[in-house]
Write a protein of this length. Sequence first.
Length: 203
Amino acid sequence: MGTAAAFATGLGRPGFAETAAASAGIDQALTEAIKSRRVPGVVALAANDKGTIYSGAFGLRSLGQPQAMTVDSVFWIASMTKAVTTAAAMQMVEQGKLKLDQPASEILPDLASAQVLEGFDAAGTPKLRPAKRPITLRQLLTHTAGYTYDIWNEDTGLYEKKANLPGIITCKDDALKTPLAFDPGDRWEYGINIDLQARWWKR
């Protein structure tokens, strides 16, 4: 992948990205990765402020399947979307369209009624109470708002079953209706915080 790395480091040089040699070098590096079976398929894209300066697709979409990889192939990238969503949010903060410490409920009104799950009673009924303070964008972006993932937080997973909510892996909006595991700002726990923040772009 040396040629690809060299291309990436040279993106800022005038005229570099436009050369046929640079594109050919990327093509060769990625083709070799396929031939050596390091990856079954790969899509590469490079862009600058003027637009796309390189794109290429190599190999197969899935091992054992005949469909070739294409530049518009769709991928499941899971939590890698968090970096994209966070960067978009910070751009809006820079533009003055959002504030890190504003109540998130100003954008998503449902968050104004966020509740904290304090366990379950003897009958298995969830014990809920209102959150002590508003959730902020900063807390959502830093996983300190109180939301968790059902796969790592036992109480969240149990609440989903009790409330008949789908898991986050279903990508359904109802999966974002779980309560908080602790009050906003109290501590850190990886969860659906940025998934919730991503809903802002649907508004």
